[in-house]
Ligand binder design. Structure first.
Ligand SMILES: [Zn+2]
Ligand SMILES: [Zn+2]
Length: 300
């Protein structure tokens, strides 16, 4: 066994969370957005909204959106989401930063969990707010918060193939019934390194068909590069299945710290281009607008 090699690999894993990521050439892309930004209200993010905005301006993004976790109603966990009575505070926090910053467009979004049978109460709580967009996420497989990094021991004894099948079933159900504008991190099931031996292309195809049928967009999310998965969400095969069918695509970093805004977006744009994406989706008042996505080379 080559312990030196293993030690280096182990080091890389722990450093991923703190590494600075790749830098973008300031202002050299035509319309880069980061729609997936959290706030400290979720209990596992740091910094003030102004710090996230400053980083977005520094990186030359055209537009950003906050999309903190919607309160959960099936469980209470201060380390996962804000409490229901904190929603007005979130709205105020974003309103304040929108009013104080003029040099970049700032949208007001939310990231909602898809919890079968509980969506009515979630939407009822959300109805008081005029979100620019609503992300849908599958973080739970029948009550198991599989993406929660605090509970990795819960993976013991799980069947990865069953995880994939159930994840994609819930993903399709979320697209059909969730009422979301965008599906976040579309293949989150791989976050902690789980892979399936089943023909995953069939799952991608089914998911892409549901997305196009219900006119729901997806995001390319760069945070998978900071996790064991070491990959962007979604995988290139999944992204291509979506693009071929005309599913709209937007972009997010899933920033939980200011320096993560726009992190690894040069890789994300390469990924988008490889899959044939030419336009990026933006939202205002839950209405979608498409912008041409041009790289520095395309801009000349
Ligand atoms: Zn998420
Ligand atoms: Zn998120």
């Amino acid at each position: 066994m080559n312990l030196g090699r293993l030690r280096r690999a182990a080091k890389r894993r722990t450093l991923n969370w703190t590494r600075s990521g790749r830098e973008l050439d300031r202002g050299s892309y035509s319309h880069l957005v980061d729609y997936h930004i959290h706030t400290r209200l979720c209990g596992h993010a740091i910094g003030e909204p102004e710090d996230y905005v400053r980083e977005a301006i520094r990186k030359g993004l055209a537009e950003i959106g906050f999309s903190d976790h919607m309160p959960l109603f099936h469980i209470r966990d201060d380390g996962l989401t804000m409490a229901p009575d904190e929603l007005p505070i979130y709205a105020e926090l974003i309103r304040d930063v929108q009013q104080s910053v003029e040099s970049i467009a700032i949208r007001f979004g939310i990231e909602m969990d898809y919890i079968p049978g509980r969506m009515d109460e979630v939407w009822e709580a959300a109805s008081a707010y005029e979100f620019d967009y609503v992300y849908g996420s599958v973080h739970y497989l029948d009550g198991w918060g599989f993406d929660d990094s605090r509970r990795l021991s819960s993976y013991a004894g799980r069947n990865p193939d069953e995880m994939y099948v159930r994840y994609f079933e819930l993903f399709c159900e979320a697209v059909e019934k969730g009422g979301f504008d965008i599906m976040a991190h579309p293949d989150l099931v791989k976050k902690h390194g789980v892979r399936t031996t089943l023909p995953v292309d069939e799952m991608y195809r089914e998911a892409a068909e549901a997305l196009v049928e219900h006119d729901v967009a997806i995001e390319v999310n760069s945070s998978g590069l900071r996790q064991v998965a070491q990959e962007l969400y979604p995988a290139i095969g999944f992204l291509r299945a979506c693009v071929e069918r005309g599913v709209a695509v937007t972009l997010g970093s899933d920033a939980h710290a200011p320096r993560q805004v726009g992190m690894d977006f040069d890789l994300a744009v390469k990924h988008l281009k490889r899959a044939g994406v030419t336009e990026i989706a933006t939202f205002q008042g839950r209405k979608r607008t498409m912008w041409p996505l041009l790289t520095p080379r395309e801009l000349g």
